[in-house]
Design a protein around this ligand. Structure first.
Ligand code: NAP
Ligand code: 12T
Length: 349
């Protein structure tokens, strides 16, 4: 029985914001591991990491690192995935990739287990983990779509700095302290490290996440648009997104407007559907000031939904507020759930 087997797991980018949460999630969920390989760039090679009370030495990721690996979780940037994921597959591993490198490739399943777990059966060695903002939105939209249909989505995000890596968390902390002490700041990371201009994030809001495309949308916004259609198998769904970075360390928030197909549906009907849905916690009671906030979601696996209300003008239109830990369901947890699903479906044996 595959359930009793244990696997050689490699984590690529193990020293990063996402990779460290992957290790914690594997530990917390008692993932069946027979051997663990922790990989990074040459910069962190030699560093020690503790996992399940044992010490592991971080190694530089190379093609040979994947000999004998059953499952490789990648979270070290798109160029690392492009170079090394095929090398891992060549050596017999199944790759769960957290970067945008393969997400829109038509031979690569893009999976949120609550929504489209069966797509895993079509993999060719690599399974893509969607963008963090997309994952929490589709977890909330899918049960609504199943019950009432879905024609349009307009989302504005309020995203945490941890989505941009460990260095962006450090930048927020340093700037906040400096500004409170009346000192000068020198932004170096946000909005996009490799671009020319960098802006203050402490006490600010930056309407740019990832680089701009020709059409005026940012790549983060285009990821939300294209990935939502692919995961939900709704190529004709109308989707628009505006993605904004806030001075919050962990936890993405989203204001989601959506239009359903069915008429005569109430906000209560939407709440009923979301109440029992997988991976969702409904926090919605305005009379008691109950709604989701990032500070309450840190470290928790669920997608939290509240502020559900019917639009005042559009009969089929609704609004909701969706919050989740971007490093967990948005990244590490979803990847580990994909790996668990691969075992459960007998795809990795
Ligand atoms: P991070 O905190 O900056 O960590 C980056 C990790 O990648 C570190 O472990 C780093 O190792 C490693 N790395 C960098 N260059 C490498 C190389 N050439 N070879 C091997 N390892 C290398 O970033 P993060 O926030 O964890 O994000 C990592 C990646 O995950 C991102 O680039 C993005 O593609 C993806 N991501 C996806 C989502 C999502 O929406 N699902 C969210 C966030 C991030 P060193 O310690 O040696 O530098
Ligand atoms: N640049 O889709 O900056 O791999 O918050 C996710 C988050 C890329 C991704 C961010 C990013 C991804 C960010």
């Amino acid at each position: 029985m595959s359930e009793n087997k244990a696997f050689h797991v490699a984590v690529v980018g193990a020293t990063g914001a996402v990779g460290s949460q992957m290790l914690k999630t594997l530990e917390d969920r008692k993932f069946p591991i027979s051997k663990l390989t922790v990989l990074s760039s040459a910069r962190s090679a030699g560093k020690k990491i503790t996992f399940n009370g044992e010490e592991y030495t971080v190694q530089e990721a190379k093609p040979e690192s994947f000999e004998g690996v059953d499952i490789a979780l990648f979270s070290a940037g798109g160029s690392v995935s492009k170079a090394l994921a095929p090398e891992a597959v060549k050596r017999g591993a199944v790759v769960v990739d957290n970067t945008s490198a393969f997400r829109m490739d038509k031979n690569t399943p893009l999976v949120v287990p609550e929504v489209n777990k069966d797509e895993l059966r079509n993999h060719n060695g690599i399974i893509a983990n969607p963008n963090c903002s997309t994952i929490q939105m589709v977890v909330a939209l899918n049960p609504v779509y199943r019950e009432f249909g879905l024609s349009k989505v307009i989302v504005s995000t309020y995203q945490a700095v941890s989505g941009a890596g460990a260095s962006a968390i450090e930048e927020l902390n340093i700037q906040t302290k400096a500004l409170l002490n009346g000192e000068e700041i020198e932004p170096k990371i946000l909005p996009v490290k490799s671009q020319e201009k960098h802006y203050q994030i402490a006490f600010n809001a930056i309407p740019q996440i990832d680089v701009f495309e020709e059409n005026g949308f940012t790549f983060e916004e285009m990821k939300m648009i294209n990935e939502t259609k692919k995961i939900m198998s709704l190529p004709d769904l109308k989707v628009a997104a505006t993605c904004v970075r806030l001075p919050v360390a962990v936890g993405h928030s989203e204001s989601v407007y959506f239009e359903i197909d069915k008429e005569g549906v109430s906000a209560e009907d939407i709440k009923e559907v979301l109440k029992g849905a997988p991976g969702i916690t409904l926090q919605d009671d305005p009379s008691r000031q109950i709604y989701p906030m990032p500070a309450d979601c840190v470290g928790k696996p669920d997608v939290f939904v509240g502020r559900i209300r019917k639009d005042l003008h559009e009969e089929k239109g609704f609004h909701m507020w969706v919050v989740s830990d971007n490093l967990l369901k948005g990244a590490a947890l979803n990847s580990v759930q994909i790996a668990e699903s691969l075992i459960e479906l007998g795809i990795v044996k």
